[in-house]
Ligand binder design. Structure first.
Ligand SMILES: [Zn+2]
Length: 301
């Protein structure tokens, strides 16, 4: 690909493609690839426009594709890809396809329109700055957040909806909290507390957005889901304690007995115990303190 010029906020680049004149699939593939390459240097919204250069009578010029990238604005006619601006503020992935970036952007749009999600996005933006969280897709519905040193990665299941994305973004937020003193060690020690908070946030988001298809169905299909849903008897969607409920009662619900969210999560995955078999539940977090991140982010709910 050749970047020809940069004028008035517009990048003009050209590439040839291996296709016949009028081969729209090859043109599209070329344009996708070019947009992907340009996305590293064009940070804001960019638009791709295909232009057939030359005329039928002058075929040597026909196998050209021009990609036009603009900063901001809505782009002009002939745009093939919608703008990807918010996704690229927070996330990075040098090889992700334009289609997947669009998927990420679409979900972020929904999340930003949510009373908690909007605050979450803003807070992540101010704590991480540009392009600091890795993002990728993996087959299936399972999504994860991995934190290793300064490396944070959100893996989204291809079958996941924005509620799962919000869940993983809240983990990223948890990794910056504890008064800014969170470390991978404190995060891991409280892996179950963090998971309960993220799942409860996911549940309350789903309740606010009936169009979202949860991987937990309606949260009644299995014991873990039910135990999270039932938290609404103790904790409000704003992360405050329900009137008349004590922190002791909430703690009993959270970790006492085989049907507590803590015990049920321990059965879900081996990551919820350390190598000595000890539960990764931080008991120093008392009652509603386990929902302090939701509380901080839900003032508008
Ligand atoms: Zn989680």
């Amino acid at each position: 690909m050749r970047v020809n010029q940069y004028e008035n906020g517009v990048v003009i680049a050209a590439a040839s493609f291996f296709g016949q004149e009028g081969d729209e699939i090859a043109q599209q593939e070329t344009a996708d690839k070019m947009q992907e390459l340009l996305s590293d240097i064009v940070f804001y919204k960019h638009k791709v426009a295909l232009r057939a250069l030359g005329t039928e009578n002058n075929p040597t010029q026909l196998d050209g594709v021009t990609v036009t990238g603009t900063s901001g604005g809505d782009g002009g006619a002939g745009s093939l890809a919608s703008g990807i601006s918010d996704a690229k503020k927070l996330f990075k992935n040098a090889t992700m396809t334009v289609k997947n970036w669009e998927k990420v952007e679409e979900m972020i749009k929904k999340i930003k329109n949510d009373c908690m999600g909007g605050e979450l996005f803003k807070s992540l933006e101010s704590s991480f700055g540009i392009n600091q969280i890795n993002i990728q897709f993996a087959p299936g519905t399972k999504s994860t957040f991995d934190w290793n040193g300064n490396n944070r990665t959100i893996t989204l299941g291809t079958g996941a909806d924005s509620d799962s994305f919000l869940h993983e973004m809240l983990h990223a937020y948890q990794s910056t909290s504890d008064g800014g003193n969170a470390t991978t060690a404190t995060f891991e020690k409280a892996l179950i507390n963090n998971e309960i908070e993220s799942r409860y946030a996911e549940y309350t988001y789903w309740k606010r957005h009936p169009d979202v298809v949860s991987i937990h169905g309606d949260w009644t299909g299995n014991e873990v889901g039910r135990s999270i849903r039932e938290l609404n008897r103790y904790v409000t969607p704003k992360g405050t304690i329900v009137t008349g409920i004590s922190n002791d009662a909430l703690d009993s619900y959270l970790f006492a007995g085989n049907n507590s969210p803590q015990a049920l999560l321990e059965n879900v995955g081996s990551i919820y115990r350390d190598k000595n078999g000890k539960s990764r539940y931080d008991y120093s977090r008392v009652g509603v303190d386990n929902f302090k991140n939701i509380n901080k982010l839900s003032k508008k709910c």
